[in-house]
Design a protein around this ligand. Structure first.
Ligand SMILES: Cc1cc2nc3c(=O)[nH]c(=O)nc-3n(C[C@H](O)[C@H](O)[C@H](O)COP(=O)(O)OP(=O)(O)OC[C@H]3O[C@@H](n4cnc5c(N)ncnc54)[C@H](O)[C@@H]3O)c2cc1C
Length: 469
């Protein structure tokens, strides 16, 4: 369960227990971290990348793998804040898609890259205006035409189409980048950053395997770890989406997305179709089983193919729909909040971060700065409220509790009657946990950290496992 269609791709793993000394440490080997490493390929600095799992197996390896300037209704949302921001962001996305395609070609990255038609569509008359608004913005940089049906017959009354869009296999991309970058730099997996301490002119990063000395640190862990812990929950929120992979008789060379009542996203890969749906705020109506079933039922209503894979994934959205890519403390850099479009924005992050490391300021640095005014708006108040509600009002789940020495423990009893007891608080910021019955994991409904049945951390932002009794 929760294994995506891409995660069958073979990979080799490198681990070390030796302490390391480097110029730049990149924490996190997903789209953002690995593309930053590739962007720094010509650098003479000693660069090391670590990942708590296997590179590419985070959010990147569970995505749909579209590289696109067409991004659902994102541009008009940003235009609602400022026209200037909207056009600068549009420009940044065009630049990033072109840069990513250019880098893939330049370095011969084997990732099944393929150009294909992309659609934004609706099945509701109420959304036609939104689609036209998005087209009016996109027309400034790419050619879009209008349509009233989709090539795979999926229900649609109106939409737009562009041929400036690409798809790829995200894990194949990461593995090819890894193979190339290992010729110059070191990449260590199963190496989780646990703590960063600032020394006079370097940082000391403690991991579960070793200690790493670095002059500069780049944090590309999807949800940022170990810095500004109270800030990111205010300016971002997390959504959970569900995906299905199924063999189909015909690959229809296109990808499509709609957002009528919830997101529906479809793409084809070889003889597979990937169908993604849902878009549930973490901490909101987080009923994993029901939400997954509703996407499965929706899939079955429209397609008569057996379901071979099903998995879920998390997205981070910022309060102004722009990514956050910046130096957040002296010599510590962060890239996060890609607002569902992590391949163009992962490339944007790589360009901006590589420029910072090379002592330059990128033309898009101000747009995605952590200090921009647009990030602080009324959604921050909602985020604070949602965090507080989720903190104090846990969702019901099939667990019992015990209080020992004033500490509350949650207990899950498995089918063999074995009791799994963990402290009932996420070590990240103390939110109450819920038990995920499908994967048998403890999940944090506030910021997405996940722990195995015995409390060992498997997904951040928490760097720590739950204390056991
Ligand atoms: C359902 C779904 C579909 C999507 N489809 C698309 C799409 O088609 N096109 C698109 O542009 N975007 C898409 N996205 C968004 C995109 O996938 C993400 O924005 C992007 O992959 C995030 O990349 P990342 O490098 O920030 O994070 P990740 O890929 O999660 O990489 C972060 C890495 O950091 C590691 N890590 C975490 N904590 C630590 C630690 N303490 N120490 C060391 N390492 C650590 C993790 O193991 C992980 O490998 C989709 C998202 C979802 C949810």
């Amino acid at each position: 369960m929760n294994k995506s269609i891409w995660q069958n791709t073979k990979h080799s793993i490198s681990i070390t227990k030796k302490n390391i000394d480097c110029d730049v440490l990149i924490i996190g080997g997903g789209m953002a971290g690995m593309t930053t490493l590739l962007k720094l390929f010509d650098s003479n600095k000693k660069i090391v990348l670590i990942d708590s799992s296997i590179v590419g197996n985070g959010i990147t390896g569970k995505s749909t793998g579209k590289i696109s300037v067409m991004q659902e209704y994102n541009y008009q949302k940003i235009e609602g804040i400022s026209k200037d921001l909207c056009f600068k962001y549009l420009e940044s996305q065009l630049y990033s898609v072109k840069s990513l395609i250019g880098m893939i070609k330049k370095y011969n990255i084997d990732c099944d890259l393929c150009k294909n038609d992309s659609y934004i569509f609706t099945n509701s008359k109420d959304n036609i205006e939104k689609i036209n608004n998005e087209k009016a913005i996109l027309d400034n940089v790419i050619n879009c035409s209008t349509i009233n049906k989709l090539p795979n017959g999926y229900p649609c009354i109106y939409g737009i189409k562009t041929d400036f869009s690409y798809v790829f296999n995200p894990i194949k991309y990461i593995n090819s980048v890894k193979e190339l970058c290992m010729k110059k730099f070191s990449i260590y997996e199963y190496t989780r950053a646990i703590n960063i301490s600032r020394k006079l002119d370097y940082f000391l990063v403690k991991t579960n395997k070793n200690k790493i000395k670095a002059k500069q640190i780049i944090i590309c862990t999807h949800y940022p770890i170990l810095v500004k812990k109270l800030f990111f929950p205010i300016v971002t929120n997390i959504t959970k989406e569900y995906l299905i992979g199924s063999h189909v008789l015909k690959n229809i060379k296109c990808n499509m997305i709609s957002n009528d009542d919830s997101i529906k996203s479809i793409r084809y890969y070889k003889d597979f179709m990937i169908y993604a749906g849902g878009n549930d705020l973490l901490g909101g109506k987080l009923n994993h089983k029901n939400n997954l079933n509703s996407v499965i039922n929706d899939f079955k209503r429209h397609f008569n193919y057996p379901i071979e894979y099903s998995w879920y994934n998390y997205d981070i959205t910022s309060t102004d729909y722009l990514p956050i890519i910046d130096e957040v403390e002296k010599n510590i850099f962060v890239a996060t909040a890609f607002n569902k479009w992590g391949f163009s924005n992962g490339m944007l992050a790589a360009s901006i971060l590589a420029d910072y490391i090379n002592g330059k300021k990128n033309i898009y640095a101000n747009l995605v700065s952590i200090n921009r005014k647009s990030l602080i708006n009324s959604s921050c108040i909602k985020n604070i409220f949602d965090n507080v509600v989720t903190y104090f009002k846990p969702k019901k789940s099939n667990i019992t509790f015990e209080i020992i020495d004033g500490i509350k423990y949650a207990i899950y009893t498995d089918i063999d009657g074995v009791k799994h007891k963990v402290v009932y608080k996420c070590p990240h910021l103390g939110c109450n946990l819920i038990f995920n019955e499908i994967d048998k994991t403890w999940d944090c409904p506030c910021h997405g950290s996940r722990y195995d049945i015995d409390g060992n951390v498997i997904q951040g932002p928490s760097s720590y496992s739950i204390k056991k009794k």
